[in-house]
Design a protein around this ligand. Structure first.
Ligand SMILES: [Zn+2]
Length: 174
Protein backbone atom coordinates (compact mmCIF):
# COMPACT_ATOMS: atom_id res chain seq x y z
CA UNK A 1 0.00 0.00 0.00
CA UNK A 2 1.02 3.58 -0.41
CA UNK A 3 1.57 5.93 2.57
CA UNK A 4 -1.63 7.16 4.20
CA UNK A 5 -0.10 10.57 4.91
CA UNK A 6 0.03 13.20 2.20
CA UNK A 7 3.65 13.92 1.19
CA UNK A 8 4.58 16.98 -0.80
CA UNK A 9 8.13 17.47 -2.08
CA UNK A 10 9.21 20.99 -3.00
CA UNK A 11 10.77 20.78 -6.45
CA UNK A 12 13.14 23.67 -5.83
CA UNK A 13 14.33 23.04 -2.28
CA UNK A 14 13.77 19.28 -2.03
CA UNK A 15 12.02 19.77 1.32
CA UNK A 16 9.41 17.13 2.20
CA UNK A 17 6.22 18.32 3.87
CA UNK A 18 3.11 16.75 5.34
CA UNK A 19 0.25 19.09 6.18
CA UNK A 20 2.68 21.97 5.66
CA UNK A 21 5.14 20.66 8.26
CA UNK A 22 8.70 19.97 7.03
CA UNK A 23 9.52 16.28 7.45
CA UNK A 24 12.60 14.04 7.20
CA UNK A 25 12.43 10.51 5.84
CA UNK A 26 15.20 8.26 7.15
CA UNK A 27 16.21 4.62 7.67
CA UNK A 28 14.88 3.21 10.93
CA UNK A 29 18.31 1.95 11.97
CA UNK A 30 19.74 5.46 11.55
CA UNK A 31 17.28 6.87 14.06
CA UNK A 32 17.65 4.00 16.52
CA UNK A 33 21.46 3.91 16.28
CA UNK A 34 21.61 7.62 17.14
CA UNK A 35 19.15 7.04 19.97
CA UNK A 36 21.21 4.20 21.44
CA UNK A 37 24.46 6.15 21.13
CA UNK A 38 23.05 9.04 23.16
CA UNK A 39 21.58 6.63 25.70
CA UNK A 40 24.99 4.99 26.12
CA UNK A 41 26.72 8.35 26.56
CA UNK A 42 24.29 9.93 29.02
CA UNK A 43 22.85 6.92 30.81
CA UNK A 44 19.25 5.92 30.37
CA UNK A 45 17.77 7.89 33.28
CA UNK A 46 19.29 11.22 32.25
CA UNK A 47 18.52 10.68 28.58
CA UNK A 48 14.99 9.56 29.31
CA UNK A 49 14.27 12.79 31.22
CA UNK A 50 15.74 14.99 28.47
CA UNK A 51 13.89 13.07 25.80
CA UNK A 52 10.61 13.22 27.65
CA UNK A 53 10.71 17.02 27.87
CA UNK A 54 11.84 17.48 24.26
CA UNK A 55 9.37 15.07 22.68
CA UNK A 56 6.51 16.38 24.82
CA UNK A 57 7.27 19.91 23.60
CA UNK A 58 7.14 18.73 19.99
CA UNK A 59 3.90 16.82 20.56
CA UNK A 60 2.24 19.90 22.06
CA UNK A 61 3.43 22.11 19.20
CA UNK A 62 2.15 19.57 16.68
CA UNK A 63 -1.25 19.39 18.36
CA UNK A 64 -1.56 23.17 18.54
CA UNK A 65 -0.75 23.40 14.85
CA UNK A 66 -3.46 20.86 14.01
CA UNK A 67 -6.02 22.93 15.88
CA UNK A 68 -4.99 26.01 13.90
CA UNK A 69 -4.74 24.20 10.57
CA UNK A 70 -7.60 21.72 10.73
CA UNK A 71 -9.88 23.14 13.37
CA UNK A 72 -9.95 19.89 15.31
CA UNK A 73 -11.10 19.81 18.93
CA UNK A 74 -8.64 18.60 21.61
CA UNK A 75 -9.80 14.98 21.67
CA UNK A 76 -9.91 14.69 17.88
CA UNK A 77 -6.43 16.22 17.78
CA UNK A 78 -5.18 13.72 20.37
CA UNK A 79 -6.56 10.84 18.33
CA UNK A 80 -5.20 12.31 15.11
CA UNK A 81 -1.75 12.58 16.68
CA UNK A 82 -1.52 8.86 17.33
CA UNK A 83 -3.05 8.10 13.94
CA UNK A 84 -0.38 10.17 12.22
CA UNK A 85 2.45 8.56 14.23
CA UNK A 86 1.11 5.21 13.11
CA UNK A 87 0.86 6.33 9.49
CA UNK A 88 4.44 7.62 9.59
CA UNK A 89 5.95 4.30 10.60
CA UNK A 90 6.77 4.68 14.32
CA UNK A 91 4.53 1.72 15.12
CA UNK A 92 0.80 1.09 15.32
CA UNK A 93 -0.72 3.04 18.18
CA UNK A 94 -4.22 2.46 19.45
CA UNK A 95 -6.01 4.31 22.20
CA UNK A 96 -7.40 1.51 24.35
CA UNK A 97 -8.81 3.64 27.14
CA UNK A 98 -9.39 7.35 27.41
CA UNK A 99 -11.13 9.00 30.35
CA UNK A 100 -10.84 12.74 29.83
CA UNK A 101 -12.86 13.61 32.95
CA UNK A 102 -10.84 11.15 35.02
CA UNK A 103 -7.66 12.46 33.34
CA UNK A 104 -6.11 9.12 32.50
CA UNK A 105 -5.82 6.64 29.67
CA UNK A 106 -3.97 3.76 28.12
CA UNK A 107 -2.36 3.41 24.72
CA UNK A 108 -1.05 0.26 23.14
CA UNK A 109 1.61 0.07 20.47
CA UNK A 110 2.35 -2.74 18.06
CA UNK A 111 5.46 -2.96 15.91
CA UNK A 112 7.32 -0.25 17.80
CA UNK A 113 10.46 0.77 15.91
CA UNK A 114 12.53 0.41 19.08
CA UNK A 115 11.24 -3.08 19.87
CA UNK A 116 11.74 -4.21 16.28
CA UNK A 117 15.33 -2.93 16.21
CA UNK A 118 16.20 -4.29 19.65
CA UNK A 119 14.89 -7.83 19.26
CA UNK A 120 13.76 -9.49 22.48
CA UNK A 121 15.31 -9.80 25.91
CA UNK A 122 13.79 -10.53 29.32
CA UNK A 123 13.00 -7.38 31.26
CA UNK A 124 13.82 -5.03 28.41
CA UNK A 125 11.55 -2.04 27.93
CA UNK A 126 13.00 0.01 25.15
CA UNK A 127 10.29 2.38 23.93
CA UNK A 128 10.63 5.08 26.58
CA UNK A 129 10.99 7.76 23.89
CA UNK A 130 7.25 7.48 23.37
CA UNK A 131 6.52 8.36 27.00
CA UNK A 132 7.19 12.01 26.13
CA UNK A 133 4.98 11.74 23.05
CA UNK A 134 2.16 10.56 25.31
CA UNK A 135 2.71 13.13 28.07
CA UNK A 136 2.81 15.94 25.51
CA UNK A 137 -0.33 14.87 23.67
CA UNK A 138 -2.23 14.13 26.86
CA UNK A 139 -1.27 17.41 28.55
CA UNK A 140 -2.57 19.13 25.42
CA UNK A 141 -5.76 17.08 25.55
CA UNK A 142 -6.32 17.85 29.23
CA UNK A 143 -5.47 21.54 28.87
CA UNK A 144 -2.62 21.37 31.38
CA UNK A 145 -0.04 24.13 31.59
CA UNK A 146 2.93 21.80 31.20
CA UNK A 147 3.57 18.21 30.20
CA UNK A 148 5.25 17.60 33.57
CA UNK A 149 1.76 17.48 35.06
CA UNK A 150 1.23 14.11 33.39
CA UNK A 151 2.84 10.84 34.43
CA UNK A 152 3.40 8.17 31.81
CA UNK A 153 5.26 4.92 31.78
CA UNK A 154 5.73 2.11 29.32
CA UNK A 155 4.15 -0.57 31.50
CA UNK A 156 4.92 -3.46 29.18
CA UNK A 157 7.07 -3.79 26.08
CA UNK A 158 6.98 -6.26 23.21
CA UNK A 159 10.74 -6.44 23.65
CA UNK A 160 10.33 -8.21 26.99
CA UNK A 161 9.06 -11.25 25.16
CA UNK A 162 5.91 -11.73 27.26
CA UNK A 163 3.55 -9.56 25.19
CA UNK A 164 3.00 -8.95 21.52
CA UNK A 165 2.67 -5.21 22.07
CA UNK A 166 3.86 -2.30 24.18
CA UNK A 167 1.60 -0.33 26.47
CA UNK A 168 1.70 3.18 27.87
CA UNK A 169 -0.47 4.21 30.79
CA UNK A 170 -0.82 7.89 31.56
CA UNK A 171 -2.54 9.99 34.20
CA UNK A 172 -2.53 13.62 35.27
CA UNK A 173 -0.84 14.07 38.61
CA UNK A 174 -3.33 14.68 41.42
ZN1 LIG B 1 8.11 -1.22 23.81
Amino acid sequence: MQPAVPIDVDETSGIWRTDGLPMVYMPRHFLVNNHLAVEAALGRDAYRAILRAATAKSAIEWCEEQVRGKGLDPEATFRHYFQRLSQRGWGQFSIDALDVAGRHGSISLRNSIFALEAGQGPGQRVCYMFEGFVTGASSFLLGLATATEVECEETCCACEGRHDHCRFDFAAKP
